[in-house]
Design a protein around this ligand. Structure first.
Ligand code: SF4
Length: 430
């Protein structure tokens, strides 16, 4: 959204992928140019991407290190900006190049999790399998120094070989964009890959390979029927998925959704805010009040301390365990302190303390290679407990402002659609 910062008088605007535009910027700096606008629409070949200068990082300040294997995704979800930014033809690095990045992290002494930041790691399945076969040997030779996690499309569940390879390479988590269990909404948003097989079965299949699934959910699709929030809760509980990242639909600039809504005169704000504490930036097909109330309620219930703890426990019972012992470092003081904090808050202070200890002991016995991973997800509950308060108070405040403005106008039935839009615009501005 370069237009948003342009008005603030920035000196340098660097757009497009860095392989092309960062050198332009650096050259301009070297020439002493005080301003510049560097842009490209070209999609660079990522096999020329240099190894990141990880040695410049204060590594102890991080929980995960980031690496990237590919850019782009072959699918066409209407709301997605990834395909706008990176294209629908996935570009991948070579296995040697990617392993050299991991080797650099290894040489620097990193022995914790590594996040493959690809928006869809399995966008090019052939190249991913070639990589994983080499990565497997690399991992064995170094006694599995890292846990890996990434993001992928749900069709991962259709490829046993791929899931097996990921498991053999020590992947222990994957983010899936499920969006909604409503197949009509999935079709509306052109997420057809999520409609091929029953979603619960697909997610459980992935989890049995030892991959903890985190999933994204969205409410507010066109044509959505009342009760969408309840259906998301039911899906998340049934599967079960501990971490459900829930938000109201936003039309991100330049996406197919954004262009369609613009054409239909339904955009309220040409920018977008993907924060989970903001109302939608367009006029939805059912009342915004209903969507917002369902959203608040679902967020609140999903992150109820007892429900979250139960769900996390059930998810880890269902999950497969890592196939190998890793050569992670002994826990640092930071990790020990975090553990003690969790024991204090969840094991002593909170009402759920009995479940916490019973589940933890059972997990240590039933899943001895997974109990630390389980505990780390319990710890994340601390964030969501606080965050659900924020979601509720901020959405309620925005909704109240919206309803107040609406009440000060003639009866909604009497309003023309452009008047409704004007009210909505004022609310967004407020
Ligand atoms: S699968 Fe994910 S990355 Fe690919 S188009 Fe859909 S939302 Fe975007």
């Amino acid at each position: 959204m370069p237009q948003e910062v342009q008005g603030f008088g920035v000196d340098y605007m660097i757009l497009g992928e860095g392989e092309i535009t960062l050198p332009m910027f650096v050259e301009a700096l070297e020439r002493g140019e005080p301003q510049g606008h560097f842009t490209t629409t070209e999609k660079p070949d990522v096999t020329i991407t240099p190894i990141p200068r990880y040695e410049l990082l204060e590594m102890d300040a991080y929980d995960n290190m980031s690496v990237q294997f590919s850019r782009g995704c072959p699918f066409q979800c209407e709301f997605c900006d990834i395909i706008v930014l990176y294209g629908r033809k996935p570009r991948t690095k070579s296995p040697e190049q990617f392993l050299a990045e991991l080797q650099r992290l290894y040489d620097l002494g990193w022995r914790r999790s590594v996040f493959l930041v690809d928006d869809n790691f399995i966008g090019n399945k052939r190249n991913v399998k070639l990589l994983l076969k080499e990565l497997k040997t690399w991992m064995i030779d170094r006694s599995y120094p890292f846990f890996l996690n990434t993001e992928a499309s749900v069709d991962l569940a259709q490829d046993e070989e791929l899931m097996e390879l990921m498991s053999e390479c020590n992947f222990n988590a994957v983010f899936l964009g499920i969006e909604t269990p409503d197949t009509d909404s999935l079709a509306v948003t052109k997420k057809f890959q999520n409609t091929r097989d029953p979603l619960i079965e697909s997610v459980q299949k992935i989890m049995r390979y030892g991959l903890r699934v985190t999933a994204g959910f969205i409410i507010g699709f066109d044509g959505e029927k009342a009760g969408a929030g309840e259906r998301v809760i039911k899906f998340v509980e049934e599967t079960p998925i501990a971490l459900a990242m829930f938000s109201m639909l936003q039309a991100l600039p330049d996406t197919a959704l954004w262009h369609r809504l613009k054409k239909e005169g339904r955009l309220l704000d040409e920018g977008a805010n993907i924060n989970q504490t903001t109302l939608m930036n367009f006029v939805p097909s059912r009342p915004i009040e209903a969507i917002a109330q369902e959203y608040i309620q679902a967020f609140w219930e999903l992150y109820d301390p007892q429900r979250y703890l139960d769900r996390t426990y059930r998810q880890f019972l269902l999950m497969g365990e890592p196939q190998h012992k890793t050569s992670l470092r002994r826990p640092s003081w930071v990790v020990i302190r975090a553990m003690l904090t969790i024991f204090w808050r969840q094991g002593i202070m909170r009402k759920t303390r009995w479940s916490f200890w019973v589940y933890l002991v059972h997990m240590m016995i039933a899943k001895p290679r997974n109990w630390q991973h389980y505990l780390s997800i319990c710890a994340l509950g601390e964030h969501f407990l606080e965050y659900r308060q924020l979601v509720r108070s901020q959405i309620e405040a925005q909704l109240a402002a919206y309803l107040e403005l609406k009440a000060s106008q003639p009866e909604p039935d009497a309003l023309e659609s452009d008047q409704v839009k004007a009210i909505d615009q004022k609310t967004v501005a407020a």
